[in-house]
Design a protein. Structure first.
Length: 149
């Protein structure tokens, strides 16, 4: 027994089908930002410190990880690995640069403000942001580590 052939009618796409590309795009964007911490991202539990500094050396092109060397002012509230607020004296220090931190337009001797993220659980210590300060900014270095009066 044969069934009569019935014409197949194409149905117009429903709301679900037309929303599918938008849903895929939103999921893809969420995956890119995803809240996960990569090797270059400090967790939300990281301590962040803002310090003023002078650029000593800019990153070497092609070197990974990119590093900036700065002479920074003291960081009074710096917390060590044990969780004690010990402060950090003014000193010259090299920091890895987060991919989000740009040194474009900077040169050695420029005065900057840096945001340093410290996550002892990873461990991670890097500069997340660099902002150029006016050249007339006066920095207070006081005693550096290792100096005697």
């Amino acid at each position: 027994m044969r069934f009569p052939a019935s014409p197949v009618r194409a149905r117009p796409p429903g709301r679900l089908a037309s929303a599918l590309p938008l849903f895929v795009a939103v999921c893809a964007l969420a995956g890119c930002r995803g809240g996960k911490t990569g090797p270059d991202t400090a967790s939300s539990s990281a301590h962040r410190y803002t310090a003023r500094a002078e650029v000593v050396q800019l990153p070497t092109p092609g070197r990974a990880p990119a590093q900036i060397v700065v002479r920074h002012e003291a960081i009074p509230g710096f917390v060590d690995r044990s969780g004690a607020a010990v402060g950090m004296p003014a000193m010259v220090m090299a920091f890895d640069l987060a991919r989000t931190a740009s040194t474009e337009g900077l040169r050695a001797g420029d005065k900057v403000e840096v945001v340093v993220a410290v996550d002892w659980s990873r461990p991670l210590l890097h500069v997340e942001e660099v902002r150029k300060l006016p050249p007339e900014t006066v920095l207070e270095f006081g005693m550096e580590a290792g100096q005697q009066r």
